[in-house]
Design a protein around this ligand. Structure first.
Ligand SMILES: *[C@@H]1O[C@H](CO)[C@@H](O)[C@H](O)[C@H]1NC(C)=O
Ligand SMILES: *[C@@H]1O[C@H](CO)[C@@H](O)[C@H](O)[C@H]1NC(C)=O
Ligand SMILES: *[C@@H]1O[C@H](CO)[C@@H](O)[C@H](O)[C@H]1NC(C)=O
Length: 261
């Protein structure tokens, strides 16, 4: 879910920098008109105007709640293609503190199958309820495809399910615990580096850290525990905490999303 959400975060910071209206009218007239004619897209814009220029939580909630293809097309035109809406990086900037110890002898087939996300560190990206991440064989041996499912509680008080697709590779066989996730969101490539910090003795969980960037000065990081079971055993969580603390992660800050729903 990170790439999709990150992109929404990216849009919300873009909006906080203030859109260039003449630029949008000149370059994206048809996309603007379609947005205006669509009730969700219009509601999204109205919702955003109530957020002021700096409240990103508010913008993020609006975009989560109403985002659809028509809005995506509008943003692709106004932001990605014509820069009518400029990106403001997070303030203060995020600096990734990548853990240095990763597991040895890791291979992509150890990720195959479906996982619950039972623990998460970043409250924006990692803590959604009912997250299921499924890894499966892609077209080539050296790549897996990923389908990420998660629930969003909207500003209207409803719950919707979102999906994101990504692909996964292991770029350096000598550093096999470092995994690359890639996806394309609305014409924008997002790449993040994931690190496998720990793996359950029987492969029942994977403790992951990630760092990615969406622009030269726009980074994000977080950490999740993928688990084969909806319930992580207390012993597993004890091990994971030990590993995480040793790598400087704030284990008390982890959320426990609802899983197995
Ligand atoms: C930002 O928006 C959220 C959600 O709409 C609201 O709860 C919060 O009070 C706002 N924060 C500020 C500083 O206005
Ligand atoms: C990794 O695999 C190699 C060869 O299969 C083995 O010799 C080594 O002990 C393994 N290392 C770990 C940490 O499991
Ligand atoms: C994601 O992949 C699934 C197949 O696993 C496909 O059915 C779905 O259309 C894809 N969704 C998007 C948004 O690309």
């Amino acid at each position: 879910m990170v790439a999709f959400l990150l992109f929404l975060g990216f849009l919300s910071t873009a909006f906080s920098a203030g859109p260039n209206i003449p630029c949008m009218m000149f370059n994206c007239a048809s996309q603007s008109a379609k947005c205006f004619a669509n009730s969700d897209c219009r509601a999204l814009m109205m919702c955003l105007t109530k957020c002021g220029q700096t409240n990103q939580t508010c913008m993020f909630d609006c975009i989560y709640s109403y985002e659809n293809d028509i809005f995506d097309d509008f943003m692709k035109c106004a932001s990605t293609e014509h820069n009518c809406i400029e990106l403001a990086p997070p303030d203060p900037p995020v600096v990734c503190k990548k853990p240095t110890q990763v597991v040895q002898n890791f291979s992509l087939d150890m990720m195959e199958g479906s996982w619950y996300i039972v623990k998460g560190l970043n409250p924006i990206y990692d803590c959604f309820d009912c997250q299921i991440t499924r890894f499966y064989k892609g077209d080539s041996q050296s790549m897996l495809k990923v389908n990420e499912k998660f629930e969003i509680h909207t500003v209207m008080g409803t719950t919707i399910t979102r999906y994101v697709n990504e692909s996964v590779t292991q770029p350096d066989p000598k550093a096999c615990g470092i995994i690359k996730y890639s996806s394309n969101q609305m014409g924008h490539n997002t790449i993040s580096e994931w690190r496998v910090l720990d793996r359950g003795q029987n492969g029942e969980y994977l403790f992951m850290y990630y760092c990615g960037s969406i622009a030269a000065n726009y980074f994000y990081e977080g950490s999740v525990v993928y688990s084969k079971n909806a319930q992580l055993s207390p012993e597993a969580w004890t091990n994971i905490q030990k590993v995480g603390m040793g790598q400087g992660l704030k284990m008390n800050n982890f959320c426990s999303p609802k899983a197995g729903c």
